[in-house]
Each structure stands twice: as C-alpha cells, then as structure tokens.
Ligand binder design. Sequence first.
Ligand code: ZN
Length: 98
Amino acid sequence: MEELRIDTAICSDYERLLKESQRALVNWRERSEEVSRFGLEGKGIGDELQKLQAGYATAYHRLEQHGKTCILCQFTIGFSESEPPGSVFISPRRELPA
Ligand SMILES: [Zn+2]
C-alpha cells in the first residue's frame, strides 16, 4: 500500500514533526479514552495523562515553530503568523474526560 501523496513537495522536517505530534495526540487520546471508559482514577493515572499531554504539547509546539521559521514550509504550505498549522488540528482539550 502506498501512502497518500500530495503533489506539492512537503518539507520532510515538517512531515516528521507532524507525524510525531499526531502520534503523541493519538497516544494521549487513547489513554484518555481508556481512563474514562474504565473509570480509572488515582494520582498515577493523572500523572500519566499529564505526561502524555505534555508530550503532545511539546511535539505540537515544535511543529508550530517549524512552520513559522521554515522557508520551505512557508512557501509550500503558506504558513504565516495569521494562519498557524493549528487549523489542521482539532483541539484535544474538549475531549478530555470531565
Ligand atoms: Zn519545513
């Protein structure tokens, strides 16, 4: 199976950072879902979720910074101050278990 291809050349750094942040987001979401599904509680769980969230935040921040500073990305994807890559993502915050 070939991966979906986009005609425009995409910066490989951007691609890597995007994948990293998506993976971090998925890890965090899946764990959050487990926690709410099984009603898991405790400090250990809270710490773990916080760590996963921080991991995502860090990966996302890197991606955002890259989009702001990489000339290739600004050229190919058209990032600018007014249009951060954040629009690509759905904010995970509102999906956290209450
Ligand atoms: Zn780039």
